[in-house]
Design a protein around this ligand. Sequence first.
Ligand code: 4AD
Ligand code: MG
Length: 454
Amino acid sequence: HHAHTIRQILKKPPSDTILQVNGWVKSLRLQKRVGFAMISDGTCAQSLQVVFPDPKLPQRLTNGASVCISGKLVSSPGASQDTELVATDLNVLGRCDPETYPIQKQALTVEYLREHAHLRARTESPGAVLRFRSNVMRTLQSFFESHDFCYTHTPIVTSNDAEGAGETFRLAPVADSDGSASQEFFSEPAFLTVSSQLHLEAVANAVARVWTLSPCFRAERSQTSRHLAEFWMLEAEWAFVQSVYQVCDATEALLKNVLRASLLSLDAAVLWRAGDEEKRARVEVAASDVPWARMTYGEAIEVLRAHLAVHPGAFKFAPEWGKGLQSEHERWLAEQYARGPVFVTDYPTTLKPFYMRANDDGRTVACFDLLVPQIGELIGGSLREERESRLLEALHAHGLDAEAYRWYLELRKYGGAPHGGFGLGFERLISWISGIDNVRECIAFPRWAGRMLL
Ligand code: 4AD
Ligand code: MG
């Protein structure tokens, strides 16, 4: 007979008289006349209870072993499950030494599990995160598809620093067969991408609506709960956008769609459980029809300063026009002021990368950051500068070599359409929705400054 996944079995018990289940032993209880085992195959958060009428069968079984069990599905007399499998046959596929198995029963710390990243998905919450992540990806994909966005794969190895922020990893030179040192990429210098945006802009000026979910690399030294050196960024870019508020609207619709789908996710429910309904409530509020708050950077500085005037010592850094918002400011705006996600638009030109479209006031750009509670910045987006001469000025003002951006300038020269887009940190999104407070727990194999175990 063919094996069923535990998710299938628990969702809709198959009618087969004898069925086969594969999985790993989560726990065991051996009594004189009967044995019980909880079996999990990772397809859902739940385990399947297996009853051994012959307790000799599982006698040498241990936690963590992989097994194939045949048996009959019956309705369970126990209170904690509807169905259970009465085992007729047990095949141990992979033994597991209970003395040295790193995943022991007692509570394991987050840091301990990071050090055992190759095994951590065997435990409840890390397993649920991986399934939840996959689920969110599916929801995003279908949303984009229903709005005629084309999924585009963009290069990982690039010739430029798209953000101009100097956080690029550079590849190491390789030796040629004759022993002479060559450049990193044949005869060219090469970097790991920090963002797919510039390539997406090229495609958006041809197939109009594009998106990608792609690895990005940043030589970030900051060790915070929101930064990784390798993370995944969801980026969308589309043509014929005239206002940054249209980009905000699309972003809000996309995220509300994901939030609503999360409210139906059993894995999200597992992750929220630790927060006693409070985490779920937060997602419910953000998912509602009430539009998210919007304010300009100038207004944000004013309300931050007003708050500081009444509560001296509320912030470590004094907010001031022209200075970047600190993470403490971002979180206060989302958590205390807006009590939910808030779009902050029109930052000073000097704080943002060269590609953002200049506003008519001559000192701000048509951009936004989406700030959310617990995280701070989740998304950055903008209109892109589509006027060739303005773009050249911006490149110069940022001290960048226009020659290196020739193809990017050509996009403007040859029928470039007004366009805009955004980039969202995928691990930050997972962290925000799941309520898991560190992005290191939101990706299977996290990389950050000083940590690359496997
Ligand atoms: O704000 P950033 O740097 O914007 C860009 O790279 C644009 N080119 C995106 C675009 O418009 N297409 O990065 C976008 C988002 C941030 O808001 C943050 O959520 C996430 O990417 N991010 C990181 N996430 C984890 N670790 C890091 N080191 C991150 N750096 C940025
Ligand atoms: Mg940003």
